[in-house]
Design a protein around this ligand. Structure first.
Ligand SMILES: Cc1cc2nc3c(=O)[nH]c(=O)nc-3n(C[C@H](O)[C@H](O)[C@H](O)COP(=O)(O)OP(=O)(O)OC[C@H]3O[C@@H](n4cnc5c(N)ncnc54)[C@H](O)[C@@H]3O)c2cc1C
Length: 408
């Protein structure tokens, strides 16, 4: 087990500085343009691929960093550059993690390379779980997967929504109901290979923030995928369903919810994205407060401004510490007895919303315009309290963990 330390080691510092360089030199200068265009920034993704920043290898290396700090450090730097572009770079990872978590070795080897493509022909992937009537309440999902035994194929029907990279992805990972009697225990994940007939993009959303990241509906009409596209394979699914049916019949003891443990481990990464955005806005505000003069002195000479900056910096640092703690716990297999992963996501995302708002205030009229980046950062920050579980759902998870109540 790695000792917890507040300092990054030399190797981590090198990676951080390298990522920071990419965020400052490539991402940040492109941020305003892609925000206005509301399109996927393919040239930036390509540049990231050339440098090895857009690849499974890079994220795997960070993930297996024994201190647990590799992923939060990488997320903070990329999202410091710009949240929309950074999400376009890391969004494929969400689908890749879906395959890594549930797939066989063969599925991992076959599909993950196709999710990323290569530097000369970059591809993206999408993870499609949310539906119009199943957001926070995942158990009410309706997209159905039915097995056609004669052909060893699964047939998928339904509508997914809010899918990052939905419809433009080379590979889609789709969560669907295989046994409606079992609620969320009756779900399974499927790969939909490139160019599969029946999968189409529905509406592309025009969004408040992270506009460089593509978000769309994905419509599935009699989409047929080979049996080999069921993540984990049929045998494992049948065993899992049989256990769930047995428990439902006998009212057997609840097994620990594996999905919840996975969320606790993945939520700090979203917290780290929020820390990146919050830190970026704080830095712009600090710089502005020191250089903008009114009444014959820099505005930071007013306690009203200086104290805001003190609070902003304190919140950013506190958010990072919660993220680091949860990330360390995840890599060391510590039980999340206080839902520490959810705590980190809750606090960091609320911090990002607040700090970016304070930054606008400190920049005054300039803060309210697109001439300065803080209004974009404020729009972007609003996503952190919504996706990967809203703030209310984080509070619900934390409260139920503390009281010992079951979390669905
Ligand atoms: C830009 C963007 C990208 C996304 N990317 C993806 C993706 O790639 N893949 C994917 O599958 N999904 C994705 N999502 C979906 C996202 O995870 C959902 O939007 C989120 O889970 C909330 O669901 P909902 O929008 O249906 O809101 P709802 O669940 O309808 O919630 C509405 C409000 O009610 C509150 N609420 C709901 N239930 C409770 C409760 N029990 N107690 C208290 N309050 C409650 C919520 O907190 C929220 O404030 C994305 C969303 C956005 C906006």
């Amino acid at each position: 087990m790695a000792e917890f330390t507040m300092e990054l080691n030399e190797e981590q510092r090198e990676v951080r500085d390298w990522l920071h360089g990419f965020a400052a030199d490539v991402i940040r200068p492109a941020a305003a343009e892609w925000d206005e265009r509301e399109e996927t920034p393919w040239p930036v993704i390509q540049e990231a691929a050339k440098l090895g920043i857009y690849s499974l290898d890079f994220y795997a290396q960070q993930y297996f960093d024994p201190t647990g700090l590799g992923i939060p450090m990488a997320m903070e730097e990329l999202f410091w550059g710009d949240a929309g572009i950074a999400l376009s770079i890391v969004g494929t990872g969400l689908a890749a993690v879906g395959v890594l978590a549930n797939g066989t070795e063969e599925q991992i080897g076959t599909w993950i390379p196709q999710m990323y493509g290569d530097a000369n022909d970059v591809k993206v992937a999408a993870f499609c779980s949310s539906e119009p009537d199943a957001g926070s309440d995942v158990a009410s999902m309706r997209t159905r997967a039915v097995y056609d035994e004669a052909k060893d194929e699964w047939i998928l029907n339904g509508t997914k929504t809010w899918a990052t990279n939905g419809g433009i992805a080379n590979v889609h990972v789709v969560v669907a109901v295989v046994d409606p009697e079992l609620g969320s225990k009756g779900h399974a994940s499927f790969i939909v290979p490139p160019k599969t007939p029946g999968l189409s993009q529905g509406q592309k959303f025009k969004k408040h923030g992270i506009r460089a990241s593509h978000t769309a509906e994905v419509v599935l009409e009699d989409v047929r995928v080979p049996g080999s596209c069921l993540l984990g394979g049929k045998e494992k699914l049948d065993e899992r369903l049989a256990r769930a049916r047995e428990r439902a019949k006998t009212g057997g003891e609840r097994v620990k919810n594996a999905a919840m443990a996975t969320f606790e481990a993945s939520r700090p990464a979203v917290g780290a994205m929020a820390v990146g955005t919050a830190r970026a806005a704080y830095e712009v505000a600090l710089d502005y407060a020191m250089t903008r003069s009114q009444f014959g002195r820099p505005i930071i000479d007013n306690q009203g401004v200086a104290f805001q900056l003190a609070d902003m910096r304190t919140s950013v640092d506190a958010a990072r510490l919660l993220v680091w703690r949860a990330s360390w716990m995840a890599i060391n297999g510590r039980p999340f007895t206080g839902a520490e992963g959810s705590q980190s996501k809750l606090f960091a995302s609320e911090t990002a919303k607040k700090v970016t708002g304070q930054a606008i205030q400190i920049l005054g009229g300039n803060g309210y315009t697109r001439e300065y980046p803080v209004e974009r950062m404020h729009r972007d920050a609003a996503i952190y309290t919504i996706f990967e579980g809203t703030s209310e759902i984080q509070r619900l998870v934390i409260a139920r963990t503390l009281s010992g109540m079951p979390i669905r």
